[in-house]
Design a protein around this ligand. Structure first.
Ligand code: ATP
Ligand code: MG
Length: 278
C-alpha cells in the first residue's frame, strides 16, 4: 500500500533524537496512524549520512513482528529533508516505561528478552548488526509487544557467520581478515556486541540504573571503558533466580566468541521457565 507524503498529517511530536524529530502522523486517506522520523537537510553531515544508512538498513528489515515496521521513506525534492515512515508504537520506549512504571520483574524481562532475541535473530540472519540496543531504542505497544527500532548506527556485514561455509570455492583464496579479522582490522563478530547490549539492557531494567556504574557515578568515557573491559560483572541483588543470573552471564561473557548467540539464548532455561505458552 503506497503512502504519499502529501497525505500525511502531523499530529504531535513523539521525541527528539540526535538530529531528527519523530512525529505521530496520520494518513488522511485511511486514517491510519504512523510514526515519521524527519531529518532536515540543514543537519550536519554525520546526521544526514546516518539517516541514509538507517533508511537502507531499515528497509531491508521491514517484515518482522519483532522490528518496528518500515513503511517507506521520502526525500523532499525542494528542501532535501529525509523522512522515514514507520509503525507507531503507542507505549513508547523501555527507557520511558522504566521511568514511569519502575523496574521490571523477571517474568516481564523474559518477555522483553524473547522479543528482542527474536528481533536480533531476524537481523543477524540478514547480516545486519544493530549496534545500538538499549532501552531507548526498544519500543513497546499496548499489546505489550517489544520491537527493535532506530537503525541509525546499524551495519550491514558483508561476511556471514561462517566465512568458510559462505565462501564459494576454496578457503585458500580468502583474504587474511576473513580468517582473523581482529588482527587484520575487520569487525567479524559484531553480532555478539548486540547480545552484550541486550544483557546490559536487561540488567538496567531490573536494577533501575545503568548496571556498570554506581548510581550517580559520572558516565565519562574513561570510567565506562574501565568498567566494560576490566570491571567485574555487575552483581545482582539476592533473590534473583539462578536462571536469570545465568542468562545474563551468557550475554555478558567478555570474550565475544564465548557469548551465546540469539538462537542459543532463545532456548535458555530462563526463557523456557517464563514461557506463557508452556
Ligand atoms: P537517539 O540517537 O538519541 O537514540 P534518534 O535520533 O536515533 O535518537 P529514535 O531513537 O529513532 O531517534 O527516536 C527518538 C524518540 O522518538 C524515541 O526515543 C521515541 O521516544 C520516539 N519514537 C521513535 N520511533 C517511534 C515509533 N515508531 N513509535 C513511537 N515513538 C517513537
Ligand atoms: Mg534512538
Amino acid at each position: 500500500d503506497v503512502i504519499f507524503p502529501g497525505d500525511i498529517e502531523k499530529l504531535e511530536v513523539l521525541g527528539h533524537g540526535n538530529g531528527g524529530t519523530v512525529y505521530k502522523v496520520r494518513d488522511k486517506r485511511t486514517s491510519s496512524i504512523y510514526a515519521l522520523k524527519v531529518v532536515q537537510s540543514s543537519s550536519d553531515a554525520t546526521t544526514r549520512r546516518r539517516i541514509k544508512t538507517e533508511t537502507e538498513i531499515h528497509s531491508r528489515a521491514a517484515d518482522s513482528p519483532y522490528v518496528v515496521r518500515y513503511h517507506g521513506s521520502f526525500e523532499s525534492p525542494l528542501s532535501g529533508d529525509v523522512a522515514i515512515l514507520m509503525e507507531y508504537m503507542d507505549s513508547g520506549t523501555l527507557e520511558t516505561l522504566l521511568k514511569t512504571k519502575g523496574t521490571f520483574d523477571e517474568a516481564s524481562l523474559a518477555k522483553v528478552a524473547r522479543d528482542v532475541l527474536n528481533g536480533l535473530n531476524y537481523l543477524h540472519a540478514r547480516n545486519i548488526v544493530h549496534r545500538d540496543i538499549k532501552p531507548a531504542n526498544l519500543l513497546v505497544n499496548s499489546k505489550n509487544e517489544v520491537k527493535i527500532g532506530d537503525f541509525g548506527v546499524s551495519k550491514l556485514m558483508c561476511r556471514t557467520l561462517d566465512p568458510c561455509k559462505s565462501y564459494v570455492g576454496t578457503c585458500a583464496y580468502m583474504s587474511p581478515e576473513r580468517f582473523d579479522p581482529d588482527a587484520y582490522g575487520g569487525n567479524y563478530n559484531g553480532y555478539a556486541a548486540d547480545i552484550w547490549s541486550l544483557g546490559l539492557t536487561l540488567l538496567e531494567l531490573y536494577m533501575g540504573h545503568f548496571p556498570l556504574l554506581q548510581e550517580g557515578q559520572r558516565p565519562d568515557w574513561a570510567t565506562l571503558m574501565w568498567a566494560i573491559c576490566f570491571g567485574e560483572r555487575p552483581s545482582l541483588p539476592g533473590g534473583v533466580s539462578a536462571e536469570f543470573r545465568d542468562f545474563v552471564e551468557c550475554c555478558l561473557k567478555k570474550e565475544s566468541s564465548e557469548r551465546w548467540t540469539a538462537p542459543q539464548l532463545l532456548t535458555h532455561p530462563f526463557l523456557c521457565k517464563n514461557d506463557p505458552e508452556t
